[in-house]
Design a protein around this ligand. Sequence first.
Ligand SMILES: Cc1cc2nc3c(=O)[nH]c(=O)nc-3n(C[C@H](O)[C@H](O)[C@H](O)COP(=O)(O)O)c2cc1C
Length: 349
Amino acid sequence: MDGSAIWRRNDDHLPAALRGLRLPLVGSPMFIISGPELVIAQCKAGIVGSFPALNAREAEGEPPLLEAWLRQITEELDRHNQANPDNPAAPFAVNQIVHRSNARLERDLEICARWKVPIWITSLGARVEVNEAAHSCGGITLHDIINNTFAKKAIEKGADGLIAVAAGAGGHAGPQSPFALIREIRAWFDGPLLLSGAIASGEALLAARAVGADFGYMGSPFIATSEANAQPGYKQMIVDSGAEDIVTSSLFTGVSGNYLKPSIAAAGLDPDNLATATPDSMNFSSGSSKPKAWKEIWGCGQGIGDVHDVTDVATLVNRLDREYRAAGARLAAEFAAGFAAGFSTGATD
Ligand SMILES: Cc1cc2nc3c(=O)[nH]c(=O)nc-3n(C[C@H](O)[C@H](O)[C@H](O)COP(=O)(O)O)c2cc1C
């Protein structure tokens, strides 16, 4: 039996774009960090790669950089697929910030539809027109939410799948336990469901699958890769830090998010005594609520205790793959021993 057979999934219920991946994993979009180099490396490594459309920012009067990035990603992945028909790249996703202050949204939707982007990730607002734009070119939408009420609204507005952003996620995190959030959504939703928040190992990815998610959604560990657009000090701080070094604050963007404490201290603030801010201070007109928030105050999730060095993406995905198989094999052996001893599978109880 080849190694992969031990965890071959049945993914027939998923849309075609999400089937047959090497690992049930999506590299999440990260402001400033995710660009074509990271996305291409993630897709070639066999997981979905993604970037926020707002990261592609041209100087005034220049042609849209988003268009150039989509061309680069599409052509590079096509070349890879022709050269490696037995090991094709995973599809990529583009993240749209659906917030009223994002003045570029309409233009970016049009460009993504023209380039037939296969997976559209929407954040900060569920809108029918955005889902229609994705569907018009054969794409699917995954909408990120932090609770069951928002999850229901997103599906009512036509999203195809959900990203449950739980406690401990990097960037704008939710307050809820992943166990509570996924179980509440799975009680009524059988479509594509992704779990975001502090997944940084194959073991955690397997746990996401066990609780009911189809995929893990992972950001922070990819910051500490050579392909990420992050300063060396940011990458090293992720290697050196753990969950205790993450602070939750609304001060920087108006919405609760998780950040590296040492970066807050380096900016001259006391990470243990931060003021709060309200959502009306969110502004994406220049791409971020406050550029300083992401350039100097570094977003990060709680899972980084599993990140021990800066590597390339392929090395990180290989580690996750090894850990995922080993964790699955360990549990499968425990269950096999139980079944051999006469325990029921539970299916007919
Ligand atoms: C630095 C940083 C920037 C982020 N920027 C975005 C973004 O622009 N759009 C978005 O939808 N999510 C963004 N996120 C959230 C991620 O998509 C995802 O929910 C999160 O990284 C998952 O948690 P993890 O970092 O613990 O893996 C960001 C996260 C980080 C760490």
